[in-house]
Ligand binder design. Structure first.
Ligand code: SOE
Length: 386
């Protein structure tokens, strides 16, 4: 069966632009999907560098202003991989022009911005998705299946951490290319929106809604030179963020993220404890699920380390022979393959913008609680926004 072309315009060519483009190229090669992504255009302000990116990855054309893309009739899908302060304006304009929109996480800088984006895509009835890629790790998908089947029983606890160490140096500037994550105006927040957002998205998916949070944040280095102004300016982002929360299902949880955990580069770990079983997962060992089942025969009971590389594990039949591993980039390929599959069947593919909004409500409540030093309620994201 011949595949239907899906003309894509990518906005932004940094780390995420590469991860997304690789997914556009590989998804139809390894998965049997009805659409064929076509790399129509890539957009970035620097004309020479965007052309180099286009040549390297095979984009047919370049633009230096995203508005040109929204006006182009030959674009079906706008993929946003530019810094957080650009997401809302581009997504809303693209949706109003009838384009499908996929957006790098976090969906926006604040829940208020995200609400506008949800209203735009839902109002236009256009396909949309947020790139929370860790939902597509095979071990995490297997855990989701086990939870949904009731294998763990009643859930008591959820714990997640995302630890990095790349901003400890005092002389690291803030702002500009590569360092916009340190500039609160561009990023919206620090580790809360950048790292905890991943932990929250996975948790909401695995364990249901969060109802209330109490949080603390800290900015360890209060001033840094700004790359764009050349001046030493106050740092507005949170360098570390931790919160306690309650889930709708009655379970209690602890979350922590920091860029000041010396020795940890991207250590995302999660654990869930149920009445019958517990599971642990670790991004540095992403193809393993640690599993403990209290129903095992007593003398043999203990933690098992399951190597998630068999053909009956989620997504794995599409890759190599059993025992051979996949990595970080495959999570994006899986997510885009699911998106193409969803399009082929007229279904939405989670996490949608509305799912992304649910995470924004939690991150907003975390930042608010850190300011007020009070428990803060988290609004439900299933209510249609105006
Ligand atoms: C930050 O260093 C970062 O690149 C995040 O922005 C990504 O979302 C995360 O997956 C890895 O770390």
């Amino acid at each position: 069966m011949s595949k239907k072309p899906l003309n894509i315009a990518l906005i932004g060519y940094g780390f995420m632009g590469k991860a997304h483009t690789n997914a556009f190229l590989q998804a139809p090669r390894f998965f049997d999907v009805r659409y064929q992504p076509v790399l129509k255009a890539v957009v970035a302000r620097n004309a020479d560098r965007v052309q180099t990116f286009a040549d390297n990855w095979g984009y047919q054309s370049t633009e230096t202003d995203w508005r040109a893309i929204v006006d182009r009739k030959d674009i079906d899908l706008v993929d946003i991989a530019s810094p957080n302060d650009t997401h809302a304006e581009i997504a809303i304009a693209a949706a109003r022009a009838g384009k499908m929109v996929t957006c790098e996480k976090p969906l926006a800088r604040t829940a208020a911005e995200a609400e506008g984006m949800v209203a735009a895509v839902e109002g236009a009835g256009t396909a949309n998705m947020v790139w929370y890629n860790y939902r597509r790790v095979p071990a995490v998908v297997l855990l989701k299946d086990l939870i949904d089947q009731g294998t763990l029983g009643r859930i008591f606890h959820y714990r997640a951490q995302f630890l990095q160490d790349w901003t400890i140096a005092r002389d690291l500037p803030q702002g500009g290319e590569g360092l916009w994550r340190l500039d609160v105006g561009v990023a919206g927040s620090g580790v809360t929106g950048d790292l905890l957002a991943h932990c929250i998205d996975t948790a909401l998916w695995l364990n249901g809604s969060i109802t209330e949070v109490t949080a603390m944040t800290e900015t360890f280095i209060k001033e840094r030179t700004h790359n764009l102004t050349g001046r030493v300016e106050p740092v507005g982002i949170d360098d570390a963020s931790a919160f306690l929360c309650r889930f709708q299902n009655g379970s209690l949880a602890m979350f922590e993220a920091t860029r000041y955990a010396r020795g940890h580069k991207a250590l995302y770990t999660l654990e869930i404890n149920g009445e019958h079983a517990s599971a642990r997962w670790d991004l540095h060992d992403l193809h393993r699920l640690q599993w403990f089942d209290h129903r095992d025969e007593g003398r043999l009971r203990g933690w098992r380390s399951i190597h998630i590389t068999d053909a009956d594990h989620p997504y794995m039949k599409h890759w190599w022979v059993p025992g051979l591993q996949i990595g970080y980039e495959h999570t994006f390929i899986h997510q885009f393959a699911d998106f193409l599959e969803g399009l082929g069947h007229g279904r939405e593919t989670p996490p949608t913008f509305r799912d992304g909004l649910a995470t924004e409500y939690v991150t907003d409540a975390v930042l608010k609680s850190a300011r007020t030093r009070q428990w803060e309620a988290v609004p439900a994201a299933h209510v249609k926004v105006a």
